[in-house]
Write a new protein. Structure first.
Lengths: 491, 217
């Protein structure tokens, strides 16, 4: 059983991570805001009450300074402007002598408290900052003390109402926090699903991918542009894979197909020899056929191997300065006996042409092109080879008077396993006889040539017309010949 | 029995001919599609063994054009082994499809099967009275006693017994017993017939004067 979690058993899923980070962010923000708000509210309330009490205390101090008898003092109403009457009714004051003996007091003392229970709290020598008073909070009561001459005047009032209000504000904030966190969690789950689901889909698709399902594609209409990019990237990866697989499959099928005929010959030949006792000549002929066929198959396998190596970039090339004319003449000498069987003459016109290349591979190019020229030419015709420098270029041209190719064929002829329409080859016998000396005769020759020329930094020009003949020119740039570089370099 | 082999690979063509001649068949060959079609239209072959990838005219076109005028049984022998190729070959009028590389034994068995089908029989042993002819082992027996016939004698008997009940003319017999290069005297046919009569019994093959020979049902 393969569930998406199997592969990430220890790791959190993307959806979970996203949801958690989203929710914790929201929670932190909301709680932070609530704490800041509550704290601000609390401080504001304290300040407010302190300024009320200070205002009243100042007024009372001024009255004392103005000579009012302490016994006649009272808290002026006008300083209490919040929370209705209760603070006013519950406020109280005490005037102490410097020896901390109560001189006078008023207002409504807290329950079960007498004036002797109250003590002035010590004043610090120097009041801090702009506040010319000191205050203390005793439980839910706030007390404020100022100096009045040598005496000390304390005025106080309970804070119950304010604290109750702060408490209920806190409760409401808590409710708000819970609601917003829940909403945030829902949004987080939705969003993370939206983001993570296509990713898990993609992962599932990738995991289930097999070579026979390469034609499947992802929906390129995803919820986010990043997912769209991912999906289309994945699709193009699939497309490339599918194409590569298809090419590989075709190549394998073609290779197998090309091997069928020679294998048939070997099988039929050996069965023929084994079916009954034969004459010595029969056996000899049988072995000759088997040998020739095996050589043909060896060439085919060699060509396939070369192509596969070039595809992987593993074909070692010994690049060194080479005289193209010398290589060309060697190849012509090798091919001449085959051409002579069809009464085809090969004319060579060459001057020394130095290029940088692999001598063996250059000869292979020549042999393939010459082989094709001979194979697709009528008896008694001519093949001409020209090797010369042309400005910055080194050129070798092989021209035949053979059957030629249509434009369609010219574009297909470089493909692997393509063969000029079998129905148009000159004779079946000629076709077969040349196979062991030329390349495999399996339509690999020209694709090999194309690859080999490309690897040696050359290019190919082809001119062909049906019934007139074909001319193929291989062009190397002369700048590529640089004697100073290491001639033994492996490409 | 006379067989045409259409195959462009010369080694394979030669080996197919040798293989079939070993079995006593008369064999003609063609190296390209056009020659194959021409021969197929001229001669009354018993079987045509046909390659598909041929110069000048491909096997399928050859088959389609042959079918316009002749119903000669065709066995396709091709390196193309993909299902669509086989289906297309059979739909174009082939009687069987064998892929390369092939086994000699299977090729011969398929040819025998085609010959049996044309004769309308499902077994490889044909009987007429006390005489039985086994196409597979190439043996003839009378009352379970084996009779030794030469290859040509067997071929004559094989053709007559697979066309049992039908009068076969001398020309038809000669057409089916000799290949295109065979220049043996047509008088030798009478020699073969009389040899067969001597070996398996005079009553088996009847002569219809002016028409030919027949093995009656």
């Amino acid at each position: 059983m393969s569930s998406p979690n199997n592969t990430t058993a220890s790791a959190w899923s993307l959806a979970r991570t996203l949801a958690w980070s989203h929710v914790s962010l929201a929670t932190l923000t909301v709680i932070g805001l609530a704490v800041a708000m509550l704290w601000g509210q609390y401080r504001g309330t304290i300040r407010q009450v302190e300024s009320e009490l200070f205002g009243a205390a100042e007024a009372m101090r001024q009255s004392l300074e103005a000579g009012v008898d302490p016994e006649d003092l009272s808290i002026p109403d006008s300083f209490f402007h919040r929370f209705g009457r209760a603070p006013r009714d519950q406020a109280y004051w005490v005037l102490w002598s410097p020896e901390a003996a109560p001189i006078a007091w008023g207002g409504r003392l807290p329950e079960n408290t007498t004036v002797s229970d109250l003590r002035p709290f010590p004043l610090s020598p120097k009041p801090k900052g702009p506040r010319p008073f000191q205050s203390e909070r005793d439980g839910r009561t706030i007390e404020l003390m100022v100096e009045a001459g040598d005496n000390r005047l304390m005025i106080a009032r309970p804070m119950a109402k304010e604290f109750d209000a702060l408490g209920s504000l806190g409760l409401r904030l808590l409710g708000g926090i819970l609601v917003s966190i829940s909403v945030a969690a829902l949004i987080a789950i939705w969003v993370s699903k939206r983001i993570a689901t296509p990713i898990s889909d993609l992962a599932a698709k990738t995991r289930d991918l097999t070579h026979d399902r390469l034609n499947e594609r992802l929906d390129a209409n995803q919820s986010t542009s990043e997912m769209n990019e991912l999906a289309s990237g994945f699709n193009s990866l699939l497309e490339n894979l599918e194409r590569a697989f298809e090419r590989q499959k075709q190549f394998t099928a073609d290779a197998a197909h090309e091997l069928r005929t020679p294998v048939s010959v070997v099988l039929a030949q050996s069965e023929h020899c084994l079916a009954r006792t034969r004459s010595e000549e029969d056996y000899r002929a049988g072995f000759e056929t088997t040998r020739a066929t095996a050589i043909h198959m060896r060439q085919l396998v060699q060509d396939l191997l070369d192509l596969a190596r070039m595809d992987d970039g593993r074909l070692p090339l010994q690049l060194e300065p080479v005289d193209l004319a010398m290589v060309g003449n060697e190849a012509v000498a090798m091919m001449s006996p085959v051409a002579a069987e069809k009464s085809i003459t090969i004319n060579v016109e060459s001057s020394p042409v130095m290029v940088r290349g692999d001598q063996l591979r250059l000869r292979q190019i020549f042999l393939n092109l010459l082989g094709n020229a001979v194979q697709y030419s009528d008896r008694g015709t001519r093949v001409s080879v020209v090797i010369a420098n042309d400005g910055d270029m080194s050129k070798m041209t092989i021209r035949d008077e053979g059957i030629g190719m249509s434009e369609t064929e010219q574009s297909l002829v470089w493909n692997r396993f393509h063969r000029v329409d079998a129905a148009r080859t000159v004779t079946a016998e000629a076709n077969q006889r040349d196979q062991s000396t030329v390349s495999s005769g399996a339509g690999l020759g020209l694709s090999l040539v194309a690859e080999l020329v490309r690897l040696q930094a050359g290019r190919i020009e082809m001119v062909s017309a049906l019934g007139v003949g074909t001319s193929i020119t291989v062009v190397f740039s002369r700048n590529a010949v640089d004697p100073t570089t290491n001639p033994g370099a492996v490409c | 029995m006379r067989i045409l082999v259409v195959e462009d690979q010369p080694d394979l063509q030669r080996l197919l001919r040798a293989c079939l001649e070993d079995e006593g068949y008369a064999v003609d060959t063609a190296g390209d599609g056009e020659a194959g079609l021409a021969k197929g239209l001229v001669w009354p072959y018993d079987v045509i063994v046909l390659d598909l990838m041929l110069p000048k005219l491909d096997g399928i076109s050859l088959l389609e054009r042959l079918r316009e005028r002749r119903s000669t049984p065709v066995l396709i022998l091709s390196a193309k082994d993909a299902l669509p190729d086989r289906v297309r070959g059979l739909d174009s009028g082939a009687d069987d499809y064998l892929t390369k590389p092939f086994e000699r034994a299977e090729l011969l068995a398929q040819i025998r099967a085609i010959i049996r089908r044309v004769a309308g029989q499902s077994q490889s042993t044909f009987r007429a009275g006390a005489v039985s002819v086994d196409l597979r082992s190439k043996t003839v027996s009378v009352d379970d006693a084996l009779i030794a016939l030469t290859s040509r004698e067997f071929s004559v008997l094989e053709y007559l017994i697979t066309h049992q009940g039908r009068v076969v003319s001398r020309e038809e017999l000669l057409d089916h017993l000799s290949d295109e290069h065979d220049e043996s005297n047509s008088n030798s046919l009478e020699v073969f017939i009389s040899n067969i009569r001597r070996k398996v019994g005079a009553t088996l093959i009847e002569t219809r004067r002016g028409f030919g020979y027949v093995i009656p049902k």
